[in-house]
Design a binder for this molecule. Structure first.
Ligand SMILES: Nc1nc2c(c(=O)[nH]1)N[C@H]1C(S)=C(S)[C@@H](COP(=O)(O)O)O[C@H]1N2
Ligand SMILES: [Mo]
Length: 199
């Protein structure tokens, strides 16, 4: 940071009250990936919801694109301390993909094409809080940011928003995911600064 230009101050003020503790605002969009970026073909892409008894429902790319679409504009918060305000996405609410599912599961594991996983309470991916997104700021989501499609779960730290996501597995027991099993907080609420196990 080189100082406080009037423009910087103005923007910060516009988002007053929207920066969680220990975070700083950024206008850039950093890329954070644990491994190499997979390049996936939408012709081979599918998204699958698997319930606790192994029953599956799947969508091809075209089927997913024909579902009702939403355009959430949300703030995102990375555990490495950057936050980005008013990011604009397009995609399908997970409420649509989980609609009418008959399950006793209380948890989900998001599973990605690169082997990445993230665990969440089912209640955190329903009720208008989570999306499967394929566009960012009006353009197709770039591979670096998780294209062709990723999760968007903005009320939790951004590691929960699995890039290159291929499905959701509903589970009766909570199963820690990739980062959760090596010391990141199991839930990851940025407003309560739930960064690690110790928080
Ligand atoms: N499949 C997959 N999803 C992932 C990751 C990853 O390494 N692989 N990194 C996570 C982390 S730690 C963060 S902060 C965000 C970063 O998203 P971005 O690269 O679009 O900023 O993606 C999350 N989703
Ligand atoms: Mo992250």
């Amino acid at each position: 940071m080189t100082g406080f230009s009037p423009g910087f101050r103005g923007r910060t003020h516009a988002f007053e009250g929207r920066l969680p503790p220990g975070q700083y605002p950024t206008e850039s969009f950093p890329v954070l990936s644990a491994g190499p970026t997979p390049h996936l073909d939408t012709a081979q892409w599918s998204f699958t919801v698997t319930d606790e008894s192994g029953r599956q429902r799947s969508w091809t790319w075209d089927e997913m694109m024909n579902l009702p679409q939403q355009e959430p504009t949300v703030d995102i918060h990375c555990v490495t301390r950057w936050s980005k305000f008013a990011t604009r996405w397009r995609g399908v609410s997970l409420d649509v993909l989980l609609d009418g599912i008959d399950t006793a599961a209380g948890f989900v594991v998001a599973e990605s094409y690169d082997g990445y996983t993230a665990n969440l309470p089912l209640a955190d991916v329903t009720g208008g809080k989570a999306w499967l997104v394929h566009s960012y700021d009006g353009y197709a989501l770039s591979p670096e940011h998780g294209g062709p499609a990723r999760l968007l779960i903005p009320h939790l730290y951004f590691w929960k928003s699995a890039k290159w996501v291929k499905g959701l597995r509903l589970t009766l027991q909570d199963e820690p995911g990739f980062w959760e099993s090596v010391g990141y907080h199991n839930y990851g609420d940025p407003w309560r600064e739930q960064r690690t196990w110790r928080d």
